[in-house]
Design a protein. Structure first.
Length: 321
């Protein structure tokens, strides 16, 4: 579970305005995808980029700005009737959109009562996602705990996430887990916890349901001091969802703060070409979104934010060889 930005915003918007009269953003994205052999989909996750819009508005924004996927919203999808779902899926197909990952609606990080309350609702939500054709669910792990040591926390995570993953598996879904890499995120916790790909691999093996993989984030990959070899040690099926982010310039890795990131390719601090080309070599075919925690996006209109985000994602895609 974003610097050249001010300069980039100007360049991105100018480029978008110049091209708008000649060709739609959606066609531009499809052309880039086919020319590079890219399989992964550029996904609009509104809450991650400061866009406040109802689900149907999100679909319209995604189509307008050339995204290829939208985050699956379980709360919106579950109550829809069969006919409403059919109409929605037809609309998305016509607009060249698929579903990205949904968030796991279960709080497994706190007390057992909260976990069990979430688990009671999970079968209904998983069934709704299945009816909608959304097959990916994602969540994140806290990199530390103040009461449970590593072994105790590991055992609790394995037990709870195994239970949740089994429900998702029964409904044809895969669960992606995201580790949190920055040293600063665990520095003040009594007991550090999973914060690397290697440690996550051990947890996934312990869960053992066969439908659990990774949420890869360029930010966490870089702040965990991981390499291209770490990425290429995976298979495409191991990766459930992907986030692209850059890091502020002039800040050491040790002092990077998880809630102060940059949009993809904004500063060049994170070696984005290495990251996206590794995804390409793996043959990853799922959603790729931005999650920059970048405050200027919150001050933009929905259209401005979407234009800025898709431009940053396209800049990353342009690095594919």
């Amino acid at each position: 579970m974003n610097t050249c930005l001010s300069r980039r915003e100007f360049l991105n918007r100018a480029a978008l305005c110049g091209l708008a009269t000649a060709i739609s953003p959606a066609l531009l994205t499809r052309g880039a995808s086919s020319s590079s052999g890219r399989k992964f989909k550029l996904c609009l996750a509104p809450g991650s980029v400061g866009v406040k819009a109802a689900p149907r508005e999100v679909i319209a924004l995604a189509h307008k700005h050339g995204f290829e996927a939208v985050e699956a919203n379980a709360a919106f999808l579950v109550p829809l009737s069969d006919s409403e779902l059919t109409a929605l899926r037809d609309e998305m197909k016509a607009k060249g959109l698929v579903f990205g990952a949904a968030g796991l609606p279960v709080d497994f990080r706190q007390d057992d009562a909260k976990f069990q309350a979430g688990m009671k609702e999970l079968p209904k939500l998983a069934a709704g996602l299945q009816r909608a054709g959304a097959g990916r669910v994602r969540t994140w792990l806290s990199p530390g705990h103040d009461d449970l040591d590593y072994k105790q926390n590991f055992q609790q995570h394995a037990r709870r996430l195994r239970e949740a993953a089994q429900v998702l598996k029964d409904h044809g879904q895969r669960l992606g887990l995201e580790y949190v890499g920055p040293p600063s995120s665990r520095r003040n916790r009594r007991y550090p916890f999973i914060h690397s790909m290697r440690e996550m691999k051990e947890l996934i093996a312990e869960i053992g349901t066969g439908n659990v993989g990774y949420v890869l984030d360029s930010w966490h990959w870089w702040t965990a001091s991981e390499t291209e070899a770490d990425l290429l040690s995976l298979k495409a099926v191991d990766v459930v969802s992907v986030d692209l982010n850059d890091a502020p310039a002039g800040v050491s890795l040790e002092e990077q703060q998880d809630n102060k990131r940059e949009l993809p390719c904004a500063t060049g601090v994170i070696p984005m070409a290495v990251f996206v080309n590794a995804l390409q070599r793996l043959g990853y075919d799922g959603p790729v979104r931005a999650e920059p925690f970048y405050k200027p996006l919150n001050a933009m209109s929905a259209d401005e934010a979407c234009a800025t985000v898709i431009a940053s994602l396209r800049k990353a895609v342009a690095l594919l060889k």
